[in-house]
Design a protein around this ligand. Structure first.
Ligand SMILES: Cc1cc2nc3c(=O)[nH]c(=O)nc-3n(C[C@H](O)[C@H](O)[C@H](O)COP(=O)(O)OP(=O)(O)OC[C@H]3O[C@@H](n4cnc5c(N)ncnc54)[C@H](O)[C@@H]3O)c2cc1C
Length: 663
């Protein structure tokens, strides 16, 4: 049928975790429908590499006159009651809380970061001066899409002449099970109405050339070896559009009973209002910001902020020194802090790769920085290695689907005599509903989980990390590994509670990366060396050598003096390690010192959840063999098995007793 040229043909673009204009296949393709279609690229070296792969060779049967980009806050994942038009209205949706711990699914830190990203994109689109913009909606994704389609659907002949057709719906693939369900529902709507429907590949991957998930190895190292050398793998990035089809002449409003604020401040307020009704988030002793402790993640969300961060990492030399600093816990640049930008789609891993290539070739910013123009260095190689971990966890999400969220994880246990897996081989967990088979008292388990969340376990490193996470939405990879190991191994608590808590708080939360990493550390995921346990005292000695991180976030312990010129216990550092023991676990301080520092009577000092008996000093109780030393991705320095053998010759501490949770 030939339609009148004036009748708008709308392409509906449902944005999800692809909140950027650059290296975005949907915006790139939509730009081909722009009225003048004279797209040019920006002149930055890393953005000027046109791709010639299959994405660009797609041809579309439709042509579109208008582009309607819509971002939807999904009501099952983000609490949307703050968007209600009238305070007397109530939300038609249940609260967006997690299944087990019933905590919010999206906390304040991530909510603000998402809002920043949306506003930045909206302003960027409007800045193109071609009539484009971004619309924000709240609700269940399929319901919102249906509302938009219904609003445009003509009911009378007159409307048919004046109206517009939504002729296609595009969105970017996402691997979570809920996201896949959304996709299916929207596909059904599109098919029912005879529209074009296309799910575009998620372009934030570093490589992603695995189409058959049965080919994905269950061990990361095998996967990585298939792809090495990593520097030669990534595809080119897409040019940034300079013109897009305009918004349709009229745009459906947000469905009642909600309304969308017209400013960034208003958007944040609406997102935060329900969360701020209880700022303790259910904790009797919520962490408070310690005086003079800086935030290690003071960044705003958005494509511009992501690009600024990337430039800073390259020009300031942090990318090149990454290998040496990545296990840090304090400060701005010990690691890239790009995860949130990548996971919300403000940046792609390929943009990171090509920016590093420019540096390595001496073509982009960073002149004068060590390694400029000298090819791949230890730091840039290590960043690529980690970006591939991100791919891998995301692909595991695609491969294993809902098994990522099951208590027994993705591990294959032997078949039982009848059918199915014989789960008697698997670990028993302490659960807050008592269903984990550990014979625990659910109330005590809940109490321990509450203390864990509050940063009041008595293990300094764990408490510092959990307080930091609560207050900032970020904590380092080193700290995350210890925290996850502590909850799942030392406390024996259902690791999924920890994963839900992280989902609530992390700015960089990503379904595959969060649940995959929790499984990995809890020993039910794809770690080929199962049963590893991180010893948080040993780890603190290795990575918080002077206790600065613990003191930063657990201010009650700032009075514990560490003699830097004292006997070094053979470490040669001059740090008195006996003193550190009291910082790493305050129960080890003398009664006199506890009294002096006002620590007496604090539950986490007097009754820690776990007492890790640990001796410092060469040759005391340790096994110097170095057997079983951690290899691979820097997860070493941890302890394996019941006897907690020393893992490396460099270790000067030995654990003399096994630990048991004291609850
Ligand atoms: C229990 C636990 C939960 C985690 N949850 C998440 C999560 O929800 N989202 C998330 O992005 N990462 C998660 N991680 C992985 C890792 O801790 C973060 O990616 C990293 O700390 C983010 O900081 P960064 O960007 O400075 O990382 P960098 O050290 O600078 O690494 C560069 C990039 O590589 C990727 N990366 C690094 N380490 C990992 C890893 N172990 N697994 C997958 N990708 C990695 C990230 O995209 C990161 O931005 C988790 C790790 C653990 C142990």
């Amino acid at each position: 049928m030939i339609r009148p040229a004036t009748r708008p043909r709308i392409l509906l673009y449902i944005l999800r975790r692809d909140i950027r204009l650059s290296d975005n296949p949907i915006f790139h393709h939509a730009s081909l429908f722009a009225p003048t279609n004279n797209n040019t690229t920006t002149s930055k070296p890393s953005e000027s590499r046109d791709r010639e792969d299959s994405v660009l060779s797609d041809r579309f049967s439709q042509d579109y006159t208008h582009l309607l980009p819509v971002y939807i806050f999904p009501a099952n994942q983000v609490e949307v009651s703050g968007f209600l038009r009238n305070s007397s209205d109530s939300s038609p949706y249940p609260e967006a809380r997690s299944q087990l711990a019933k905590v919010w699914r999206t906390g304040p830190h991530r909510a603000k970061f998402i809002a920043d990203g949306l506003w930045n994109l909206k302003e960027t689109l409007e800045g193109l001066s071609c009539g484009s913009s971004l619309e924000v909606r709240v609700g269940l994704v399929a319901e919102v899409v249906e509302h938009i389609l219904d609003w445009y659907a003509p009911e009378t002949d007159e409307e048919k002449d004046q109206g517009a057709d939504v002729a296609g719906i595009w969105l970017t693939a996402d691997e979570g099970t809920e996201e896949r369900k959304q996709e299916d529902e929207v596909r059904t709507l599109a098919e029912q109405r005879g529209m074009e429907f296309k799910v575009w590949k998620n372009e934030t991957y570093y490589v992603d050339d695995k189409d058959k998930m049965s080919d994905l190895p269950n061990v990361y190292t095998t996967f990585r070896k298939q792809l090495e050398p990593l520097r030669s793998r990534p595809r080119q990035i897409l040019p940034t559009p300079t013109e897009l089809p305009p918004l349709p002449p009229s745009v459906p409003p947000q469905k009642e009973p909600f309304e969308i604020p017209s400013t960034l401040g208003g958007l944040k307020e609406a997102l935060l209002a329900p969360l701020e009704k209880d700022l303790t988030f259910g904790l009797p002793f919520p962490p408070r910001w310690p005086e003079s402790t800086p935030n290690a993640f003071p960044f705003n969300g958005g494509e511009k902020a992501a690009q600024d961060r990337l430039s800073h990492l390259i020009s300031g030399g942090a990318m090149s020194s990454y290998k040496a600093t990545r296990n840090g816990m304090l400060g701005l640049d010990f690691s890239t802090k790009l995860s949130a930008y990548l996971n919300l789609g403000h940046l792609t891993a390929r943009q990171v790769h090509w920016a590093m290539v420019d540096f390595e070739k001496g073509e982009g910013p960073g002149k004068g920085v060590q390694g400029y123009g000298k090819g791949e260095n230890e730091g840039t190689a290590a960043v690529r290695f980690e970006l591939l971990w991100r791919d891998y966890m995301t692909l595991c999400q695609r491969k294993f689907g809902s098994r990522m969220y099951q208590i027994h994880g993705i591990r294959d246990y032997p078949k039982s005599k009848g059918k199915g897996q014989d789960l008697s081989y698997s670990k028993r967990w302490r659960c807050i509903d008592g269903a984990g088979g550990a014979g625990d008292d659910p109330l005590k388990t809940l109490d321990a989980f509450t203390r864990f969340r509050s940063g009041r376990t008595g293990a300094g490193l764990i408490d510092a990390s959990n307080r930091e996470l609560f207050l900032t939405g970020y904590t380092s990879n080193r700290a995350r590994q210890n925290v996850a190991s502590f909850l799942s191994s030392h406390l024996g608590i259902d690791w999924r509670l920890g994963a839900e808590w992280y989902e609530f708080l992390l700015i960089d939360y990503d379904v595959g990366n969060n649940w995959g990493n929790w499984q990995y550390v809890a020993g039910v995921g794809n770690d080929p060396r199962q049963g590893r346990v991180f010893n948080p005292v040993k780890q603190a000695l290795d990575y918080d050598k002077e206790g600065e991180y613990i003191k930063a976030w657990v201010p009650e312990l700032r009075g514990v003096t560490i003699n830097k010129d004292g006997p070094s216990s053979g470490q040669g550092s001059g740090i008195d390690q006996q003193r550190l023991m009291g910082l790493y676990q305050a129960w080890r301080l003398s009664e006199w010192e506890k009294e002096q520092l006002g620590l007496k009577g604090l539950e986490w000092v007097d009754n820690p959840l776990v007492r890790i008996n640990f001796t410092v000093g060469r040759g005391r109780g340790g096994d110097n063999s170095g057997r079983g030393r951690g290899k691979g991705r820097g997860r070493g320095g941890n302890w394996r098995g019941k006897d907690f053998r020393r893992m490396g010759n460099e270790d000067k501490v030995a654990r003399t007793q096994s630990t048991d949770a004291e609850f």
